[in-house]
Design a protein around this ligand. Structure first.
Ligand code: SAM
Length: 332
């Protein structure tokens, strides 16, 4: 009986979806309409929860910012070393020169996730101070996270370890919270810093593809970056598990349906590299470097391209194929 009621509901949602799509003159790429109706319904409901009770949504979904499977504490600690290493590679700074590079530098990290591991490493290696800003209150001192901070401390030696210990209110004790002179964490509306001409270096990894208002975030970068500062971002353009049948089919949901399902949850905003270039330009930021981190196979792209939402149809096949990229921005 329960199953029958479930099936009836699926059919009703399906009929409703088809009606709405027809009215809008749009179609949805699907290989299993009932499955997609259920996906829509669940996503719509959780989006309402995220809209009206964001803290509860974060709590119920146990978000870390790093996705699902992540292994034990030492693997997570290694992830932060890898992120730090990637930033140094992008900056072209060798580890032996990092202290002099970071000296007196004020750094902003957008969207650090639940552990401020990257901030801790930047401070440990010589930054003056690191500010982190997020749209969601993910950072917390849970038992697991405290263990990861301890692993990070234990992986450092000499003066880096001493500096890393100082980021906590009580030296070397993560449970005491962060010493705001070293690392400051803020949750703000739309994850914006609101600062002016404040930072030498701005960083983010796997964040810009989640921001709800990319235009505003780009303006925030422009406003808070010092005149000779640099802003470095790694952007992941993949679907984050939202593809249903084939790669990039999350781009086939009409934009209004996609917004109904995901707009309040920090899910991918779907903007492609072409939009990043336009917004950098309109914010008067100069794109100093832009490199793809991977491309979707051409045969997969040619299958999905005719089915994607109309906002993406004018994007060149090359730019549409990008799976992610690194971008370096500075003042124009
Ligand atoms: C996929 S996680 C990446 C976390 C971390 N950077 C990492 O590499 O593990 C995305 C992060 O972006 C944050 N975020 C989402 N929307 C944002 C916004 N508008 N401004 C700043 N951060 C945002 C999320 O809360 C989360 O911390």
């Amino acid at each position: 009986m329960k199953k029958c009621r479930g099936n009836l509901l699926d059919v009703w949602i399906l009929v409703l979806l088809e009606y709405v799509l027809e009215r809008e003159g749009r179609t949805l790429y699907t290989e299993n309409p009932v499955k997609d109706a259920v996906i829509f319904c669940k996503a719509f409901l959780s989006n309402q929860l995220a809209k009206f009770a964001p803290k509860l949504y974060v709590k119920l979904t146990h978000q870390t910012g790093r996705g699902g499977e992540e292994g034990d504490g030492s693997q997570v600690a290694n992830y932060f070393f890898m992120c730090f290493d990637d930033y140094l590679k992008q900056l072209g700074v060798k580890i032996e020169h990092v202290e002099s590079y970071l000296k007196n530098k004020l750094i902003l990290e957008y969207g650090p996730g639940d552990i401020l591991g990257v901030a801790l490493l930047f401070y440990a290696y010589g930054a003056e101070t690191v500010h982190c800003v997020d749209r969601f209150p993910l950072s917390k001192m849970s038992e697991k996270n405290i263990d990861i901070y301890v692993q990070l401390l234990n992986s450092l030696g000499g003066k880096e370890r001493k500096r890393a210990e100082a980021v906590f209110k009580e030296k070397g004790n993560p449970a005491s919270g962060f010493n705001e002179h070293c690392i400051r964490y803020k949750v703000t509306k739309n994850g914006l810093s609101g600062a002016n001409n404040a930072y030498d270096l701005i960083i983010s990894r796997a964040v810009l593809e989640h921001v709800n208002d990319l235009k505003e975030t780009m303006f925030d970068v422009k406003r808070c970056l010092k005149k000779d500062g640099l802003s470095l971002h790694e952007v992941d353009l993949r679907s984050h598990g939202l593809d249903r049948y084939t790669d990039f089919d999350f781009l086939t949901w009409p934009t209004f349906l996609y917004a109904l399902m995901y707009s309040h949850k920090g899910f991918p905003n779907r903007w492609r590299v072409s939009t990043y270039k336009e917004l950098a330009n309109s914010s008067r930021l100069h794109v100093k470097e832009l490199k793809p981190t991977g491309r979707l196979d051409q045969s997969k792209l040619s299958f999905i391209r005719p089915k994607i939402a109309k906002e993406f149809r004018l994007i060149s096949p090359d730019e549409l194929s990008w799976l992610g990229f690194w971008v370096h921005l500075e003042h124009a």
